[in-house]
Design a binder for this molecule. Structure first.
Ligand code: ACO
Length: 150
């Protein structure tokens, strides 16, 4: 795993990251909507109470500001002898910090976390425009995403 630039830190998401650039970072990925501090606190509690499943990581810059964010979800299955599958979700790097290997370092750490949690594979869905990035992270195309929207 390449090392982070000096002064950058990779750590678990903290509750006060809500007011520390987390939302602008996620807006590089998709619509976030109007989430109140209280709604975030409830969600964060749910993640903490289920920390064997939810593993949100962030990278902060020299000013301590969140500049990258991503989640590993560990799914416990019946198949593959009660195997575990890691799902990588909601990867986003602040626009001003893209191209510094932060995305790659985040993914490599999420994959390593999945390995440590005994997942037999890690999967994710992405846009065609991002396949080159995930290939650089060691992934290869395996399937086709299907969706059903309500
Ligand atoms: N296509 C091809 N190659 C790419 C792309 C791309 N879209 N993005 C980066 N790369 C390459 C880089 O050039 C670099 O290659 P190198 O090692 O040869 O120099 C390598 O991949 C690593 O790039 P990073 O610097 O780590 O990329 P970055 O930190 O900018 O993060 C990311 C990439 C996460 C796609 C970022 O641009 C981003 O946040 N985009 C907007 C949100 C988004 O699309 N997130 C992914 C959603 S999919 C999901 O969440 C599962």
């Amino acid at each position: 795993i390449p090392s982070l630039p000096d002064g950058y830190i990779l750590r678990s998401l903290e509750e006060n990251d809500f007011n520390n650039n987390l939302i602008p970072v996620l807006k590089t990925l998709t619509t976030v909507g109007d989430v109140t501090k209280e709604e975030f606190a409830n969600l964060y509690s749910e993640w903490i109470a289920n920390s064997h499943v939810y593993n949100p990581l962030v990278i902060t810059n020299r000013e301590g500001k969140v500049v990258a964010s991503g989640m590993l979800i560990v799914e416990s299955k019946l198949i593959h002898k009660c195997g575990k599958v890691g799902h990588i979700e909601d990867i986003a790097v602040d626009l001003s910090e893209q191209g510094k290997k932060l995305g790659l370092i985040l993914i490599k750490n999420l994959v390593e976390l999945a390995r440590l949690k005994n997942c037999y594979k890690v999967i994710l869905d992405c846009d065609a425009k991002n396949t080159g990035f995930y290939e650089k992270c060691g992934f290869s195309q395996e399937g086709i995403e299907m969706g059903f929207r309500f």
